[in-house]
Design a binder for this molecule. Structure first.
Ligand code: C2E
Ligand code: MG
Ligand code: MG
Ligand code: MG
Length: 282
C-alpha cells in the first residue's frame, strides 16, 4: 500500500479521471514540442465594417496539428495550456506570428489577437509585446488584443497594470465574448476597454429569440453610450447581419463573412493598395 492509498487518495479510483489526467499531461508535454516544431499555425477570420461591408481587419486564431492526434481545436488545448507555464509561450508565439504576418500586408488592416490570463498576469508581458512590435515593425495602432472576462478575474490589479502599459503603446484592447461572464458590467467599468465583442450565443439567436434581440440592442446602446465600438461575432445569416445593420452595430465577424482560413485565401484583400482616403489620412 502506498502513502496515498493509506490516506484514501485512491480508494475511489476513477479510471476516466486518471485517463483525463494522463491526457492532460500528454497534451502539455506535446505542446512544448509543438511550439519548437512546426505543428502550430494561425488562421485568419475577416471582420467587416457593417456600414460599408468592407473587410477592415482579421482575428488570428490558433491551430494545432498534432503528429499523432491530428487537429486539436483550441477549445481543447487552450484551457489545459492555461493551467501551466506553457500558455505564456503560446501567447508569445501567436503574437509574434500574427504581427509578423500583418506587418507584411500592403493594406494596413487591423489584426486581433487573443491573449490569455497568463499574459495579463505576467509582469514581463509589456516588454515582450514591445519587442514583438519592434521586431515586426507593425504599427501598434493596427493591433488589438482580445481578452475574455475569465482572463481578468485572476488578478485584478495586475491585469489593470498590464492593460494600461499595453494601451500606452497604442495597442487597443477588446473585451471578448461579452455577455457570457458573470461580471461583464463590473469589468467594463473597471478596465479601460476600447471595444466590445458580443458573444456569438446572442447573435446566433437574435432573429428567433426576442430576449436575444433585446440584449443585443442593449449592448449596442451601452457601447454607444460608453463610446466603445461593438463587434458582433458568429454572424452566420443575412438576417442576423440585417438586424445588426439596422441597430448600427459597428463590425461583424462570422461564417457569413468568412470562415477562419490560411492568409493565402485573403491575398487579394491584404495586398490590395489602401484606399485613397486612407492614403490621404496617412
Ligand atoms: P474566440 O476568441 O471567441 O474566437 C471565435 C471563435 O468562434 C473561433 O473558434 C471561430 O472559429 C468561431 N467562429 C467564428 N465565426 C463563427 C460562426 O459564424 N459560427 C460559429 N459557430 N463559430 C464561429 P476557434 O478558432 O475554435 O477558437 C475558439 C476559442 O479558442 C477562441 O474564441 C479563443 O477563446 C480561443 N483561442 C483561439 N485561438 C487562440 C489564441 O491564439 N490564443 C488564445 N489565448 N486563445 C485562442
Ligand atoms: Mg477572440
Ligand atoms: Mg470571441
Ligand atoms: Mg466566443
Amino acid at each position: 500500500q502506498t502513502k496515498a492509498e493509506k490516506r484514501g487518495g485512491y480508494r475511489h479510483f476513477d479510471p476516466v479521471m486518471a485517463a483525463r489526467i494522463r491526457d492532460r499531461r500528454a497534451i502539455e508535454q506535446d505542446l512544448r514540442s509543438a511550439i519548437d516544431g512546426d505543428e502550430l499555425h494561425l488562421v485568419y477570420q475577416p471582420q467587416t465594417d457593417i456600414s460599408t461591408n468592407e473587410i477592415v481587419g482579421f482575428e488570428a486564431l490558433l491551430r494545432w496539428t498534432h503528429p499523432a492526434r491530428g487537429n486539436i481545436p483550441p477549445t481543447d488545448f487552450i484551457p489545459i495550456a492555461e493551467e501551466s507555464r506553457i500558455m505564456l509561450r503560446l501567447d508569445e508565439w501567436v503574437l509574434a506570428a500574427a504581427c509578423r504576418e500583418a506587418a507584411k500586408w500592403r493594406n494596413p488592416l487591423s489584426i486581433s489577437v487573443n491573449i490569455s490570463a497568463a499574459s495579463l498576469r505576467n509582469r514581463h508581458f509589456p516588454a515582450i509585446l514591445r519587442n514583438i512590435l519592434t521586431a515586426s515593425g507593425l504599427d501598434p495602432a493596427r493591433l488589438e488584443l482580445e481578452v475574455t472576462e475569465t482572463t481578468l478575474i485572476v488578478d485584478f490589479e495586475r491585469a489593470l497594470e498590464t492593460m494600461l502599459s499595453v494601451k500606452a503603446m497604442g495597442v487597443r484592447i477588446a473585451m471578448d465574448d461579452f455577455g457570457t461572464g458573470y461580471s461583464s458590467l463590473t469589468y467594463l467599468r473597471a478596465f479601460p476597454f476600447d471595444r466590445l465583442k458580443i458573444d456569438r450565443t446572442f447573435i446566433g439567436s437574435v432573429t428567433n429569440c426576442d430576449q436575444s434581440a433585446t440584449i443585443v440592442r442593449a449592448v449596442l446602446g451601452l457601447g454607444r453610450s460608453l463610446g466603445l465600438p461593438v463587434v458582433a461575432e458568429g454572424v452566420e445569416t443575412q438576417e442576423e447581419l440585417r438586424f445588426l445593420a439596422g441597430e448600427h452595430c459597428d463590425k461583424a465577424q462570422g461564417y457569413l463573412i468568412g470562415r477562419p482560413a490560411l492568409i493565402d485565401a485573403f491575398v487579394n484583400i491584404v495586398d490590395r493598395a489602401p484606399k485613397e482616403a486612407d492614403k490621404a489620412a496617412a
